[in-house]
Design a protein around this ligand. Structure first.
Ligand code: NDP
Length: 244
């Protein structure tokens, strides 16, 4: 099975931004969606909208920093649809600040969501994908997983880690599980609202004036999924044409 149609796809961080845009695009392609995030109202509204438009979606309220909740999410996919074809590890936070501001709680939040959330996602689906002898894990890294920006040391560290996880999974996939690392540049979402440091927020908001629409990333994700089963798209960098 190489197309989007009828694939069972779990999307974390589906309540806004890239996850939401990807849910809409994959639903139009005929995917069976399992949508996850913490904000239930948003998830329910998205799920209802997709189902009213002829799609097939369920949701589970999930905090990806809680390993058992991520396991329950994978179980919901198996219980409802009988298999897991794709996991999109998309949930992420970006409370940027210079190291010397010592916002250690925010550093830990980035590690918990951006790294541990991805690890828990992989752990929750890997046995099923091994049993199926097929599967696809798509991780949201960032341009910040390739270069380090000012005031972004911890965020970049988490996104470098995501890139390493994607590559490690690829190497250990036994020729059965595809691994795609998606690295967006500036995309217009709610991500910048997690920045509590005013000066950093101001600089990032100026950069994000060039931000492109979330569907640019949804299209890249769809491209990776719809390749034939023997084609593994490992790395895509998508940024605004204007971005340096
Ligand atoms: P948004 O802020 O719009 O979406 C982030 C999503 O993550 C929300 O749905 C949020 O849902 C979810 N989330 C946050 N914390 C948790 C948690 N503990 N458990 C479960 N879900 C959580 O940002 P984007 O759509 O832009 O971000 C998506 C991914 O793309 C992130 O990994 C981000 O780092 C990456 N990225 C984005 C770029 C951009 O410019 N937008 C650039 C490069 C990478 P809720 O609060 O309901 O839990």
């Amino acid at each position: 099975m190489s197309e989007i149609n009828a694939k069972v796809v779990i999307i974390t961080g589906a309540s806004s931004g890239l996850g939401e845009a990807t849910a809409h695009r994959l639903a139009r392609g005929g995917a069976k969606l399992v949508l996850a995030a913490r904000r239930e109202e948003r998830l329910k509204a998205l799920t209802d909208q997709i189902n009213e438009q002829g799609g097939d979606a369920i949701y589970r309220v999930t905090d990806v920093t809680k390993r058992e909740q991520v396991e329950d999410l994978a179980q919901a996919a198996r219980d409802t649809y009988g298999r897991i074809d794709v996991l999109i590890n998309n949930a992420g936070v970006m409370p940027l600040s210079p190291l010397n501001r010592l916002k250690v709680d925010e550093w830990e939040q980035m590690v918990d969501v951006n790294i541990k959330g991805v690890m828990y996602g992989i752990a929750a689906v890997l046995p099923t994908m091994r049993d199926q002898h097929s599967g696809h894990v798509i991780n949201l890294s960032s341009v910040a997983g390739h270069v380090v920006f000012p005031a972004a040391a911890i965020y970049c560290a988490t996104k470098f880690a995501v890139k390493a996880l994607s590559e490690g999974l690829r190497q250990e996939s036994n020729g059965e599980i595809r691994s795609t690392n998606i690295s967006p540049g500036a995309i217009a979402t709610e991500l910048t609202t997690t920045i509590s440091d005013d000066k950093t927020a101001q600089g990032v908001n100026e950069l994000y004036e060039m931000a492109i629409d979330a569907d640019a990333i949804a299209r890249a994700i769809a491209f990776a999924i719809e390749q034939p089963a023997d084609v593994d798209v490992n790395e895509l960098i998508i940024r605004p044409t204007q971005q340096q």
